[in-house]
Unconditional design. Structure first.
Length: 776
């Protein structure tokens, strides 16, 4: 009889077994029957699934690719898995982990963690089930505060765990029945108890002796930890522990580091590498068989036995849960649209079709898509948005929809408060609550569920240009934002903010020929295009020279004193006035400082690069700034502070500078001043963003990158390398390998490797960057 083939929607339980060569076999042996995998889009999902039935549940098993385990790869697997199998309601992460001895051993030998035991991630003490021990902050007293935690499993899983514990205490558990599935297979030798004599725990500081990986024959037996011995019956029975699990990015093979992690994570009993990567949009319980003690004595002897026990526990747990209760588990969804649906709505099918291709978060899994409906007042923009909201709800029932009016700032604030109440955000009703920040943080979290945010009637350009609205827009790979506006300038502004640098250049080359622009609103993009840079070069060469220099300054608060003098006293003032007249630079309300328009900034730098003049221009700016940049004394503090962001900006291009002596002088003066303070500031910013936004938010990545650059500029190359590697790994995971910011991280890492004379690895990265980047 051929295997069944169900639809992807028929599977409600995800079983993640990260190590395919070790954990997949015992997982499959727990199935009552296997199914043919349903059809799915392999263009977007490269996982290979094992599907089947277990105790009445339809279960889908996924693994990481061989040799590609860890949190990042677990995230890739489950991210695709939960899109393909959108009806999954709960998940179990099943495999091996490193055991962590209790700080105070129990007199009861079954209470202490031994090899072959199972640790299930639920301490039951009100604290988190899993803690990401790599995420946190150091305090001035030397204490490390762990910040990254993983949400608690769903109540159905916890209720089943409670029933399992009770049955086991009354000798009514069926672990032995499930074990027979392992021992009666042709692979039974893998799952046989290795023996008490091979369960050895050494003192944390004692390192493995000898060259035999799986044996401690040369290790000093006097270094063994003395703990209550288990009987043979206890050892071969089924022993599990409920406790906290620590998860991180690296294999731990050091007893002292293991104990440090235990203490940081409030008495964790197990260390593993995948829990933080599992998509938190589904309730997940972590189940780990203990295969080693996370020390230098780590071996392979217990791995299969431990993996088998973890699978046995998972089957026993699922057998306690009625399949109907899993199918009925609801993923909390909000539909906060203050308008009823127009049942007589007709037409507009073309625009609605385009919207439904863009709006659902699943349509753009690597970005937070922003879409604008623009049109004259009264033509039905809001009605289209309402119908789109209902269609998204009907087509993607797991996607929450929020509606915020933006006619003015008061309505925008009130709309955010309604969203915060719907999400039941803690502190949202406090008198001093920063409502917009709280909502932004909640929707930007890594574990946020899919959402569509509709901002209606964004007609006031000032709300965008002064940052009161845009600075509070959430960002999540599971999110999408729709704006409606009658203001063409609002549309242009939103497009400009989202465009990449190359898109900005294309925008500057566009014909801004529309005649219906608002007369009272300055259109800097149109002005930039209408005025030819070649004309400025011909008529005002000093102004053109200044514009080339400014291209390598920061965009804001540029002191006029940083520009070289002209032949006559009034030449500088006249040249700056020319640039202001063309709206290339903007007044700051004082005669000695100005800003450069962002698009002009990008366009000018791009023009210099295409002319092949970047080396010459960077050298000129470095020499100019180096001569002007003061020694960081107290008397020079104000000048030094105002010049610093511009010096830092040009130093980002230091690889093009041909005057190494002047470059070194500028780097020295910059480094002597603010880098220690900058390092502390960036550390605090990073810790705050990790706490509020989560460790995998793009804004957090920017802070990680900034901190790494500070390390680099101080010559702390090892710390810079470590931070750049972490940033690159996270950007590859969250943004994708071909995102421009991922390219930046690759380039930064290659640069710091080159500074350490690690030329081979740096060359490999540059080659990879060239291959991936192409025309980007």
């Amino acid at each position: 009889m051929p295997p069944k083939k169900l639809k992807s929607a028929d599977y409600h339980v995800a079983w993640i077994a990260p190590v395919s060569s070790l954990e997949l076999l015992p997982s499959r042996l727990m199935l009552d029957e296997e199914h043919d995998a349903p059809d799915y889009d392999t263009a977007y999902d490269d996982n290979v699934y094992t599907c089947g039935a277990l105790a009445g549940h339809n279960v889908v098993i996924a693994t990481c690719a061989p040799g590609m385990t860890g949190n990042v790869n677990a995230g890739r697997v489950t991210g695709s898995m939960f899109k393909t199998f959108s009806s999954i309601r709960m998940a179990v992460l099943v495999g091996i982990g490193g055991g962590v001895p209790r700080a105070q051993p129990s007199d009861d030998p079954t209470e202490n963690v031994h090899l072959g035991d199972v640790v299930v991630g639920w301490p039951g003490d009100g604290g988190p089930a899993c803690i990401y021990y790599d995420s946190g902050r150091w305090h001035t007293d030397g204490e490390f505060e762990v910040l990254g935690t993983i949400n608690r499993p769903d109540q159905v899983l916890l209720n089943a765990l409670g029933k399992l514990v009770s049955d086991h205490e009354m000798d009514r558990s069926t672990f032995d029945v499930h074990r027979k599935r392992l021992l009666q297979s042709k692979h039974n030798r893998k799952f046989t108890f290795p023996g008490l004599q091979r369960d050895q725990l050494f003192n944390a500081s004692y390192q493995h002796a000898g060259i035999l990986k799986n044996k401690c024959a040369s290790c000093d037996s006097s270094q063994l930890v003395q703990r209550p011995e288990r009987t043979e019956e206890e050892a071969t029975g089924f022993i599990f522990h409920r406790g906290r699990i620590a998860t991180g990015n690296a294999v731990v093979k050091d007893g002292e580091r293991r104990d440090q992690i235990r203490d940081q994570c409030n008495g964790a009993l197990c260390i593993e590498m995948e829990a933080a990567g599992v998509d938190a949009g589904r309730p997940c319980l972590v189940i780990r068989g203990i295969s080693d003690y996370a020390d230098s004595h780590k071996g392979d002897v217990w791995r299969s036995y431990a993996a088998g026990n973890a699978a046995v526990f998972a089957r026993e747990l699922l057998s306690k849960i009625p399949p109907s209760s899993v199918r009925n588990l609801a993923i909390e969804v909000h539909f906060s649209v203050p308008f009823s649906r127009n049942e007589h709505f007709v037409g507009r099918e073309e625009i609605l079709g385009r919207l439904l291709q863009r709006l659902p978060p699943i349509a753009h899994p690597d970005a937070c898509q922003r879409t604008v409906i623009h049109g004259l007042g009264g033509i039905g923009k809001t009605q289209v948005a309402i119908e789109a909201a209902y269609r998204v709800r009907d087509t993607y029932p797991e996607c929450s929809v929020f509606w915020v009016p933006a006619v003015n700032m008061t309505m925008f604030d009130n709309g955010y408060r309604r969203v915060g109440r719907a999400l039941e955000i803690q502190g949202i009703e406090d008198d001093d609550a920063d409502v917009k920040m709280l909502v932004n943080a909640a929707l930007s979290r890594n574990d946020a569920k899919p959402w569509l945010f509709i901002i209606d009637n964004v007609d006031d350009l000032q709300l965008l240009t002064d940052g009161r609205l845009t600075s509070h827009l959430p960002f999540s790979r599971k999110g999408s934002i729709l704006f409606t506006t009658r203001n063409r300038q609002v549309t242009a502004h939103l497009q400009a903010r989202e465009a990449s640098n190359q898109n900005m250049i294309a925008m500057l080359s566009r014909d801004f020929g529309e005649q219906d622009r608002y007369e009272k609103t300055a259109n800097a993009i149109a002005t930039t295009w209408l005025i030819s840079f070649e004309q400025i070069t011909r008529d005002a060469p000093l102004a053109a020279s200044y514009l080339r220099n400014i291209a390598y300054f920061a965009e804001k608060d540029i002191p006029i004193s940083l520009l070289p003098d002209g032949r006559e006293d009034w030449d500088k003032v006249e040249a700056v006035s020319v640039l202001k007249g063309y709206a290339f630079i903007l007044d700051r309300g004082t005669v000695d400082r100005f800003d450069i328009h962002r698009l002009v900034h990008v366009a000018m730098r791009n023009w210099i690069q295409t002319q092949g003049d970047q080396g010459e221009q960077v050298t000129e700016v470095v020499c100019q700034v180096s001569e002007m940049f003061p020694w960081p004394t107290h008397e020079n503090r104000d000048v030094w502070t105002s010049y610093l962001p511009h010096a830092q900006t040009v130093l980002e291009f230091r690889g093009y500078c041909m005057e190494k002596e002047m470059l070194g002088l500028l780097q020295h003066n910059v480094a002597e001043g603010k880098y220690e303070e900058a390092e502390q500031m960036h550390r605090k910013t990073l810790a705050l963003k990790e706490k509020v936004l989560g460790p995998e938010n793009p804004s957090t990545f920017n802070s990680m990158n900034n901190l790494a650059l500070v390390f680099d500029n101080q010559g702390k190359y090892e710390e810079a390398e470590q931070m750049h590697r972490k940033t690159l790994a996270l950007r590859e995971k969250v943004l994708g390998p071909e995102n421009p910011l991922t390219f930046d991280s690759m380039n930064n890492l290659a640069s710091v490797l080159k500074n350490q004379r690690k030329y081979e690895e740096a060359e490999h990265l540059y080659q990879r960057l060239n291959l991936l980047g192409g025309d980007n």
